[in-house]
Write a protein that binds this ligand. Sequence first.
Ligand SMILES: Cc1ncc(COP(=O)(O)O)c(C=O)c1O
Length: 361
Amino acid sequence: MRIHNFSAGPGALPEPVLRAAQDALWEHGSHGIGIAECSHRSPQFEEVLQSAKSRLKTLMSLGDDQHVLFLQGGARQQFYQIPMNVLRGGRATYLDTGTWSAGAIDDARRYGTVDVGFSSREQRYHRVPTQGEWGTLPEGTVYLHYTSNNTVAGTEYHYVPDAGDAMLVCDMSSDILSRPVDGSGFDLIYAGAQKNMGPSGVTVVVVSDRFLAACDDTMPGLLHYPTEVKKDSMLNTPNTFGIFVIDEVLGWVLDQGLDALDAKNGAQADAIYGLIDELPRYRGLAEKASRSRMNVTFTTGDAALDTLFWKQALEEGLSGLKGHRSVGGLRASLYNAQTDAAVEALASYMRRFAAEHGEDG
Ligand SMILES: Cc1ncc(COP(=O)(O)O)c(C=O)c1O
């Protein structure tokens, strides 16, 4: 029996996609073989790859100067692949808003100077900066890097930072395609697929010609974006099944419409934040203006009670509510595929739990 899944990633996938993947594993279309069994160079897979690229381009309003790649190594590989290619001893500004941006900063420091334009680390990453709060970028800044949604802290930018003349680089792993975003202004976007786009094992990268022109051509092929673009993500064998699932998810997103998903995601997040604000038993971990619609982080204010909350929830068929190990507390992930039924079940559980474990214990 399937239960409600609030995992931060790999996360819930849309039911029609799971059903299509089930069928395609056995026989993909009329090809007579499964999607995981065909050559990555076959017309069968080529069609999937081109479809996924073109669907993403449509959904993100990408320009002709932008290229879609399906790479491996996780989002984390991008932490070093980006500076390795374009920093080359120069400087970049990073906005430090959580575990993942801090990881990106650590890796970038190996390849040049990192200016940390903003950090909420001392406040347990409770917020993201407002537009321009990082001030003027230093002369010669190659790029501005930010993490659009902070999966662990539960914060999200509700605007696109202005990078001025510098290139704009974004880790969009946990909120890509959760609402309409004009992707045409970005020089590099990367996202591990395993939250809003598909299974783990594929990193979607969108890279601009401007970024490609800045790349170090001495990089080995697998780490060199221009080579990956030239080879259409097939310098080595890509994760064919993962890309197939992504293509199915992108088709589903197109069917739903980004505006509708945006509204659904907003309503689901509002329902849970509403309870956090209404019931004194709970406290949200993020500052209100920075709250993430994808990962709602909260606590009862008592570590033992938090543990009881997610353990008892699991017994009731609500999984994945334990906060990230680095921050503790509770976290409900409400990605695109999250159903209203799951959110209603969580809301009802939260009410009951608060009634049973009121402020006075
Ligand atoms: C925002 C963000 N960036 C990067 C990562 C790391 O992704 P991966 O495990 O694909 O390397 C994660 C994983 O949860 C994430 O949420």
